[in-house]
Design a protein around this ligand. Structure first.
Ligand SMILES: [Zn+2]
Ligand SMILES: [Zn+2]
Length: 818
């Protein structure tokens, strides 16, 4: 039966769907998950059909769908189910959730092709046998016969030409007799040739010893970088193209074509490629993963491995096992550079001809993203590697979802829908009956708590590969340093000596400071006023080279004041060192050293960023100063010293996760030292060496930190012991913001202490941001369902009181309370 109406979710900030009539000509082609073009107010808009209905709400003027954009619904049923979960859990408008799931709407020229499935020919044969099987009509059976004659494929054309109508095609498709595929016709994709070491795949010893340059190529491709585009390989190995061609002919190397990715990073010093042999710990982790697959049901495993312990090997094997079982796999990583790298590892591991890998990230153009998305939807790609939003990749029959570095904040989307990629991934795995594999060196409190409670299975990798030892970590007590030297310098005597030693030995040092700019506060000594941004309640940062003050939240700029804006005194001074200051200081202290700074100011373009990392990796620099950009991922072989200028600045953030973040950052940074054959040393400067986050990071003792932090969370009733929601009421007009937060307070207050603790309304820690005044409610409940219900009620209340939806920001499970 065809239903005459459908409910459509539109990408507008409203929590409702809209009813449209399905015109006769489109009946049978509209399905849940189909994208449709509909009139909305005075515009045409693309929405997603949520459901078909028999009736429309009375007394409203029902308009008609103008066009159906997909023959095969864009979203498979499991994703529609997931969208409803996301909308309900995060209180997000359903249309916005679908928008996050769908590829960008671009004009891809496509051709629709009807393909006979394996079950098709038998059904086609039923016509000649006299009896119609499968409950087919005569026309349908005739159509199948015709399709069979045309070698199983036909272009989708008008009903008159095919002999069957759209509804019949849908029926045949539902019975699994035909498939309709959408083939994108675009200009041929630009591709590049990628070279890999073939020995790594066949495990055989070369018959004769390698020549020097051959050995260099092997080292690059097998142990330092992994497969490389040919241009990069030629440059790095300093060999000729003809040598590569010869080695390809001799089957020492292999190669394949792959699409050029705009985010490709030719200087990416990246990550050590996974070895093809597993050590005992990796083997036992894989055994546990296999056992999960055998069960064939939903489960969550946490792979807790110290930095450099070889989690990637385990991931790739798990993907391999998944594919072997005829299922698909999704790999989520925290940053774009990793998508490319892991994508390439997959191609090299699963055979050079393996094209079934799709890479999804935000740096792709709309057309590229739409094309990759379509490849996944058509079942051409069976492995998807991507960043946060790839959790919505339209894979079917998912067997494995990997979330690498699950503790990373980049998995949390900080705009509507405010979902957490890791948590959505787990829910998706549950819906698909798949395994969710979380990996981390420093698991989030929530995740590790679940593992300890037995909700997740814990797999451990406790040692580094190749028996490399972890770097030694030492504390530099800045209070003592000051007592001895009576100087306030961001570089303590110990750190100075350490850098000196690196310079003498010809090794390299990384120095981390987590503020950029020259100084991050401008104060008046007379009246104590600080110079704040005109749009935000935040101190302006002094940038010396650019000779101005900048707001790091909204980007506004001010002249450097000569006198205090408040009391006109001349005693304006700059306070708090940033990266620019530190660089200047290092140049002064080490005049002969080659020093560079890496932060968002020096690496404004991707190219600058790449060049600087490339220069450092290539040995053209001795010391690299920078912000957290330095802490991530990179494998610098010659770094023997990592200095952290101030461990306290992240500890003093007004956020209950401050200790957790500090511990994670310090552990991650410590992991940067001693990656090669040289032993590493880490110096952490702090005024509060007693703090457990610092003490435990020094010992690199995750479980000790976890115990103490858990105790704090329990005492303060924070996650993982409570469900938390942050509600911000905001407007550029202060009176409105106050009025609405009072109104909302009237709704909340009768519920306080009835299963939910409601704090606020209070001025938000960032009281003003981008010209908006902000008030904050913090809701805590030991029971998730109570919290969700109350928030749902609040949304309905706002609607009834005409408080605009955009004025109330709801953040469920916030990772950032500012
Ligand atoms: Zn003043
Ligand atoms: Zn600002």
């Amino acid at each position: 039966m065809t239903l005459p109406f459908c409910n459509v979710a539109l990408p507008v900030p409203l929590r409702t769907t809209f009813t449209y009539a399905v015109p006769e000509s489109l009946q049978g082609t509209v399905q849940p998950g189909s994208r449709v073009l509909v009139p909305f107010r005075k515009k045409a808009m693309v929405g997603v059909v949520v459901e078909l209905t028999e009736s429309a709400p009375p007394e409203t003027k029902i308009r008609e769908i103008s066009r159906v954009l997909d023959f095969v619904p864009a979203l498979p049923p499991k994703l529609i189910e997931l969208a409803h979960w996301v909308a309900g859990y995060y209180l997000a408008p359903i249309g916005e959730v679908f928008r996050a799931m769908l590829p960008p709407v671009t004009e891809l020229k496509s051709q629709r092709q009807i393909v006979l499935t394996e079950a098709g020919p038998e059904a086609a044969g039923s016509l000649s046998g006299g009896e119609l099987s499968h409950g087919l009509t005569v026309e349908e059976a005739a159509f199948l016969e015709k399709l069979k004659e045309k070698k199983g494929t036909m272009l989708l054309g008008p009903a008159a030409k095919l002999g069957v109508d759209a509804a019949s095609l849908q029926r045949l498709q539902r019975r699994g007799l035909i498939e309709v595929r959408e083939n994108i016709q675009t200009k041929k994709r630009k591709t590049q040739r990628v070279i890999a070491w073939k020995g790594s795949l066949v495990h055989s010893e070369p018959a004769k010893p390698l020549a020097v340059r051959e050995e260099k190529i092997r080292t690059l491709l097998e142990t330092q970088r992994g497969p490389l585009p040919v241009a990069q390989l030629l440059k790095l190995a300093n060999v000729t193209r003809s040598m590569i061609d010869r080695m390809l002919r001799d089957e020492m190397l292999e190669s394949w074509e792959e699409p050029i990715d705009p985010a490709e990073d030719p200087f990416d010093v990246g990550y050590s490629p996974p070895a093809h042999e597993l050590n005992a710990e990796q083997e036992s982790a894989l055994k546990a993963i296999r056992a999960r697959f055998e069960l064939g049901e939903f489960g969550v495993q946490l792979l807790h491995g110290v930095t450099g312990s070889g989690k990637t090997e385990v991931y790739l094997r798990a993907v391999q096992e998944t594919l072997a079982r005829g299922k698909t796999a999704l790999v989520l990583v925290p940053e774009i550079a990793l998508t490319l790298w892991i994508g390439r590892q997959c191609r090299s591991w699963f055979g050079a001809k393996f094209e079934g890998v799709a890479v999804l990230h935000s740096a792709l153009s709309d057309v590229e993203r739409a094309r990759e998305w379509r490849r996944v939807r058509n079942g051409e790609a069976r492995v998807v590697v991507g960043t946060r939003s790839a959790v919505f990749a339209p894979l079917e029959n998912v067997g494995l979802i990997i979330i690498d570095e699950e503790q990373e904040n980049s998995f949390k989307q900080e705009e509507t829908p405010r979902y957490h990629g890791r948590d959505v991934a787990i829910v998706r795995a549950k819906m698909e009956g798949a395994l969710a594999l979380l990996g981390s060196a420093t698991p989030s409190m929530e995740t590790y708590h679940h593992a300890r409670e037995g909700k997740y299975e814990l797999l451990m990798l406790a040692s580094r590969v190749a028996e490399r030892s972890l770097a030694s970590v030492e504390i530099v007590n800045l209070r003592e340093d000051f007592q001895q030297t009576h100087k306030t310098s961001p570089i303590s005597a110990t750190l100075h000596a350490g850098i000196q030693e690196c310079l003498a030995n010809g090794t390299q040092a990384l120095v981390l400071i987590n503020r950029r700019g020259y100084s991050w506060s401008v104060l008046c000594r007379s009246c104590g006023a600080s110079v704040q941004c005109v749009n935000c309640s935040i101190s302006m940062t002094h940038h010396k080279q650019r000779n101005r003050l900048e707001c790091h939240y909204c980007g506004s700029i001010q002249q450097i004041p000569k006198v205090c804006p408040k009391c006109q005194s001349k005693y304006v001074y700059f306070f708090g060192e940033g990266s620019e200051h530190l660089e200047e200081r290092l140049r002064k202290e080490f005049p002969g050293a080659r020093i560079a700074r890496l932060d968002r100011d020096t690496a404004r373009t991707k190219r600058q960023y790449q060049e600087m990392l490339g220069a450092f990796a290539g040995g053209a620099l001795d010391v690299l100063v920078g912000t957290q950009m330095l802490a991530k991922g990179h494998d610098f072989q010659r770094v023997t010293l990592v200095g952290v200028v101030s461990a306290d600045s992240s500890l003093s953030m007004p956020d209950f996760r401050a200790a957790e973040r500090t511990f994670q950052l310090l552990t991650q940074v410590a992991g940067r030292a001693g990656r090669g054959d040289l032993k590493g040393r880490v110096l952490i400067q702090t005024f509060y060496p007693e703090h457990y986050a610092i003490q435990d990071a020094v010992k690199q003792d995750y479980s000790a930190f976890f115990e103490r932090e858990l105790h704090f969370r329990r005492m303060m009733a924070y996650p993982p012991f409570t469900a938390l929601a942050n509600v911000i009421v905001r407007d550029t007009n202060l009176e409105k913001a106050i009025r609405w937060s009072r109104q909302l307070s009237e709704y909340f207050s009768p519920h306080d202490d009835k299963g939910v603790r409601i704090l606020g309304p209070a001025t938000a820690p960032l009281a003003r941001l981008k010209k908006e005044h902000r008030f904050q409610f913090l809701l805590k409940s030991p029971k998730r369902s109570v919290l969700t219900k109350l928030l749902g009620g609040a949304m309905a209340y706002c609607e009834a009181k005409d408080i605009p939806e955009t004025a109330v920001l709801v953040d469920v499970d916030p990772v950032n309370l500012l």
